[in-house]
Design a protein around this ligand. Structure first.
Ligand SMILES: Cc1ncc(COP(=O)(O)O)c(C=O)c1O
Length: 404
C-alpha cells in the first residue's frame, strides 16, 4: 500500500473556494516554516568569506576553491556545438552512453575492477550526497579526517546520521589507530579525500593500505573523494584498487578543467550501490547537465586534453608560497590540490588572524570552517604570482605583529 498521504477532496475544495487564501507572511511566520534539518546546519563559512570579499576592492583573494585558468577551448567548443545541435534535453539519469562506456573502461583499467557501475553526476558534490543517502540510515556514523571538506560534516546530519571527525593534527596524516579508536558498531562509512581540501595532503600507499584494512575489518564503505587527483605533485594513488567491492570512487571535472559551474563528475563502484544512487538521482538532480556531458566527451578521445602546463604552474605556485611563508609559519608542505594550511603564529585564533587579514585587503579562510580547531588557516594559491607575492608580504607582516 502506498504511504503517500492523500489530501482529502473536502479540504482541497475548501481552501480554494473564492480563489487562493491570502496567508499573512510575516518573517516570524516564515521562520517557523524552516525545517529542523535546515536549521541544524550553518551557512558555509566559506560563503561568509565570499560575502566579505564582495565588500573589498581588488582583494588579495586566497579564499577561492577553484582554478584561476579557464576551461580549455576545445571542451567549450564541444559543449557549444552540443547546444547548437539541440542536445539540450534530459539525458538518461545515469548519463550519456558516449561518456559512461569509456569511463567504465578507464575505471576498470585503473583499478582492476570488473565491470564497475558508473553514474554521471551533477558535480562531485552530487555524488557525495547521493552516496550518503544511498547507504546511511539515521544514527549511522560517518568517519573522516579533521580538517575536512565541509560537506562531510553537514550532509550526514541532513540524513540524521552522525559525522565523526577523526583528528589528524599536527601532521594531517592518516593515523590508523585514531580511526580504529573512533569506530563503533554504528560506523558505516569512511570518507577519504586525497589530495585533501583544505590541507593539500595526498595519502601514501601505506596509508591507503591501512585504511583499506580497517574498512575490511569493520565492514565500512569507503567514499573516496578524488576531485583533486590531477593536482597531485607526485603520483596520484587511489584506494579503489585495494577495495573493489567496498569503495565508491568520486571524480570530478570542476577542478581539473576549471568547469566548476558546469556541474559534472562521476561515481564508480559496486553496481548494487551505484544503482541506488542512480535511483536517487532520478528524484533529485534528474541528470547531469546535458551540454556539459557532451563537452566532456572531448576528454575521452584523442588522448584527452593535456593539462600538464596548468598543473606544473600550480606546482610552482605551491613551491613559491611554501618558500615565502616557511620561515615564519609552521607548514606541512602539501603534495596536492591548490591549498596550504599553515598554523597561525602566536596565540591568536585563526578567526582573529583572518579578520586582521581583511583589514589588509587579504582574504584567507580560518581553520574553524574545516575543523573543530581554530588554529590554522587555508590559503588557496589558485591565483596569479603577483597576488601570491603580495599575500606573502601581508602574511609575513601579520606574523611579525602576532609574535611581538
Ligand atoms: C574535496 C572536495 N570534494 C568535492 C567538491 C565539490 O566539487 P564539485 O564542483 O564537483 O561538486 C569540492 C569543491 O570544492 C571539494 O573541495
Amino acid at each position: 500500500m502506498s504511504n503517500l498521504k492523500q489530501a482529502s477532496p473536502k479540504s482541497a475544495v475548501d481552501t480554494h473556494v473564492g480563489g487562493p487564501i491570502a496567508v499573512p507572511s510575516t518573517p516570524a511566520n516564515l521562520e517557523r516554516m524552516i525545517s529542523q534539518r535546515a536549521s541544524s546546519i550553518d551557512a558555509s563559512g566559506i560563503r561568509r568569506v565570499f560575502d566579505l570579499a564582495a565588500k573589498l576592492s581588488d582583494p588579495i583573494n586566497f579564499s577561492i576553491g577553484q582554478p584561476d585558468f579557464d576551461v580549455p577551448d576545445i571542451i567549450k567548443e564541444r559543449a557549444i556545438n552540443a547546444i547548437r545541435e539541440g542536445k539540450n534535453r534530459y539525458t538518461p539519469t545515469q548519463g550519456i552512453a558516449e561518456l559512461i562506456n569509456p569511463i567504465k573502461q578507464q575505471v576498470a583499467d585503473a583499478t582492476g575492477w570488473k565491470n564497475p557501475g558508473v553514474l554521471i553526476l551533477s558535480g562531485t558534490s552530487g555524488g557525495i550526497m547521493l552516496a550518503m543517502f544511498a547507504v546511511l540510515d539515521p544514527g549511522d556514523e560517518v568517519l573522516f579526517l579533521d580538517p575536512y571538506f565541509v560537506m562531510y560534516k553537514h550532509l550526514p546530519r541532513l540524513i540524521g546520521a552522525v559525522p565523526v571527525a577523526v583528528d589528524s593534527y599536527p601532521d594531517f596524516r592518516l593515523h590508523p589507530e585514531r580511526i580504529e579508536a573512533a569506530i563503533t558498531p554504528r560506523s558505516k562509512m569512511l570518507v577519504l579525500c586525497s589530495p585533501n581540501n583544505p590541507t593539500g595532503m595526498a595519502l601514501t600507499p601505506a596509508e591507503l593500505q591501512a585504511a583499506a584494512d580497517i574498512a575490511r575489518k569493520h565492514n565500512l564503505l569507503v567514499l573516496s573523494d578524488e576531485i583533486y587527483d590531477a593536482f597531485c605533485y607526485q603520483k596520484h594513488e587511489s584506494i579503489a584498487s585495494l577495495l573493489p567491492d567496498q569503495c565508491i570512487q568520486l571524480k570530478g571535472y570542476s577542478k581539473t578543467y576549471a568547469m566548476t559551474g558546469w556541474r559534472l563528475g562521476y561515481a564508480a563502484g559496486p553496481a548494487v550501490i551505484i544503482e541506488q544512487m542512480s535511483k536517487l538521482q532520478q528524484y533529485t538532480f534528474v541528470c547531469a547537465p546535458s551540454p556539459a556531458q557532451y563537452g566532456a566527451i572531448e576528454l575521452l578521445h584523442h588522448g584527452g586534453v593535456d593539462m600538464t602546463p596548468q598543473i606544473d604552474a600550480y606546482r610552482r605556485k605551491r613551491d613559491r608560497i611554501v618558500a615565502g611563508l616557511g620561515g615564519k609559519f609552521e607548514i606541512n608542505p602539501p603534495q596536492g590540490a591548490f591549498y596550504v594550511f599553515p598554523k597561525v603564529p602566536g596565540n591568536q585564533t585563526a578567526s582573529e588572524f583572518a579578520r586582521r587579514g581583511v583589514e589588509q585587503n587579504l582574504l584567507i579562510i580560518p581553520g574553524n570552517v574545516f575543523s573543530s580547531r581554530d588554529t590554522h588557516f587555508r590559503i588557496s594559491y589558485a591565483t596569479s604570482d603577483v597576488k601570491i607575492d603580495a599575500g606573502i608580504d601581508v602574511l609575513l607582516k601579520l606574523a611579525d605583529s602576532a609574535t611581538v
